[in-house]
Design a protein around this ligand. Sequence first.
Ligand SMILES: *Cc1c(COP(=O)(O)O)cnc(C)c1O
Length: 394
Amino acid sequence: MAKQRKGYFGRFGGQFVSELIMPALEELEAAYAYYSQDKTFRIELKQLMQQYAGRPTLLYKAENLSKEWKARVYLKREDLLHTGSHKINNCLGQALLAKKMGKKRVIAETGAGQHGVATATAAALMKLPCKVYMGNEDLRRQALNGFRMQLLGAEVEGVGGEMGTLRDAVNEAMRDWSRTVGETHYIIGSVIGPHPFPTMVRDFQSVIGQEARQQIIKKEKSLPEAVFACVGGGSNAMGLFHAFIKDKQVRLIGAEAGGRSLNPGDHSATLSSGRPGILQGTLTYLLQDKEGIVNPVHSISAGLDYPGVGPEHAYLLEQKRAEYVNISDADALAAFQELSRSEGIIPALESSHAVAAAKRWVQSTKVKNPLIIINISGRGDKDVAEVQRLLRNS
Ligand SMILES: *Cc1c(COP(=O)(O)O)cnc(C)c1O
C-alpha cells in the first residue's frame, strides 16, 4: 500500500475543522501517539477491559444456526460486555487517556443514548465529571437513557430545539470543546470525526478482531471465509475487520441500514448510496442531495441512522478490500427473531443487520459449509419494547 498522508486513509479522513479546535486535536494526537506506545497505559487499559468490561468476550459456535444454514457460524459476543455493547471498549480507552492527559472533565454526544451511557459509565469509574449532549427529540424518545446517565452522575443537556437529534448533539459538543479544551476531553463514539479520532477509536475497538482471529484459529485451525458486522459510524465493524485486513482470503462484509426503501430519507446506507463530502471534520462518504445538503436518515435501529460513515470504511470500499450490503428494516427484524429463537440470544437491532447479511451471503456462496464470524455488537434488551410495537402493528 502507498504511504499515507497523516490522518488519511487514501483520500479520506483529514481534519476539516475550525481553528478553535485545532489545538485540541494536536494535543490529543500527540498524547495518543505517546500513550498508545506506553507500557503502563497498555497494562492499565487491558486490566480495565478484563476486570471491568468483561474481556475477552466469547467466540460462540451457534450450533443450531449452523445446522439450519449449512455453515459453521460463530458469534463474537460483544453483547456480553458491561453496559451491553462494544461501545464500552472505546469509552474506557478514551476516558483513561483523558485522565493521563490531566483533563478534568469529559463530554460526549449521543443519539439514542448508548454512547452517552457508556461514556457516563467510564466517567463514573474514573471519577471524571461528565456532560452528555443529546438532541431533545432523542431525549424524549429515549427518556430512560437520559435518566440512566444521570444515575451514573452525568449531566445531560438537551439541545437542538424541539426536533434536536444526533447532529445537533455533535455540534454542541464541538462548541463546548472549543471553549473548554484546556480541561476537557471530547469522547467521540465511533470511528468518525477529524483525525486522530477515526484511528484512535478503531485501535480501541480492534481488540474485537484480535480476539476473534486468535479464537477461530484455535477452534477451527483456520481463518474464516468471511466476517460480518453492522455499520453505523463503523466502529464495531472496523474493530472486527482490522485484524483481518492483511488476510486477503477473508472477506470483510459490512451491513448497512437499508431501512424502508432506498429512497432518500428512508435509509442510512451511506457507502452503497452516498458519495464523498465533508461531515463533522472528516472527508468521507455521505448521504447528500445534489447541492451537498445532508439527507435525513432512517433505520429501524437507532444506532445505525447516521448520514456519514468512518473514513476508513470509505477507503476499504474504494480499495475493494471490504464489501458493504444493504439490509432492510424487515430483514433485520426477521434476523432479530431468528437469532432469539434459534440460539436463545436476543441481539441488538443494529447487530441483527449483520446476522441478516451473513444469512444472505451463506445462501448465495458456492463454498461448502463455509466458516464465518458475525459480530454481535450489542444485546437486544433495549429494543424489545420497540420490536413488540412493530410486530403488533404488522
Ligand atoms: C452504536 C451501536 C452500533 C453502531 O455503531 P458503530 O460505530 O457502527 O459500531 C452498532 N451496534 C450497537 C449495539 C450499538 O450500540
